[in-house]
Ligand binder design. Sequence first.
Ligand SMILES: [Zn+2]
Ligand SMILES: [Zn+2]
Length: 253
Amino acid sequence: MIVAKIIILLVIATLPHAMGLFWYLAGRNKWKICERTIYDLPIDPKQIRRELRSSITTPIHAVILGIFLYLGFFRNESWLSGLVTALLTTVWAEIWHYGSHRAFHLGALHWIHVEHHRSLLNSPFTAISFSFSEKLIFSLGIVAPLAVLDCFVRLNFFGIGGWYIGYFVLNSFSHANFELRTYNRWLAGVLTTTTYHSLHHSRYTGNYGLGTRILDRIFTTEWDDYDPLYDRIANERRPLTRLREKASAQGSA
Ligand SMILES: [Zn+2]
Ligand SMILES: [Zn+2]
């Protein structure tokens, strides 16, 4: 089992860059999946180089999870514990990401998050462009509380590792500058999309959620022209042509 755990850690360490490269090649070779452009604007090659430079610390997630594993945490190996741990990690990560993300947008803490926001127009490598402190806080904030819980109810390493793999795949796509064909209406009302997070970058505030719109709705931080913009990009295939372009006169943040 230890070999499988090491393989998962290696995947977590390298997947973010592999995903970035995948979407970069998809965009450059104009794959069909990239047809629904979000912002029809050029990405400066200097931005790509900066993002790659600041992505050097991305393996920190695997290092943190590996340290907790080495210290004896997350040793439950039943299938059920794997499922429960994955579910717990998903819910906690959503809450932790929203809370810490809102905090990073406050003046005193914004230095932690400013590197990621230097990209107003997202590229396939924006998803790995963070300061070391932001990635450290993000992963410690997810794994450390789970380790505390593990002292009472044994949790499963593969549940957490599986969440990280899913997170890197989805987070990479949510920074690619194109949208998928519209999916189920109900799901679209609950889950975030690439357009959703693109608006957070181009407008700098609002749409703070990670995988769902739930907390943005509860705390009224969602841009209110998101739905028509998503429809326009995904269904009408009409990309935005300015970073601050809005679907209606008013947005909110
Ligand atoms: Zn932000
Ligand atoms: Zn982002």
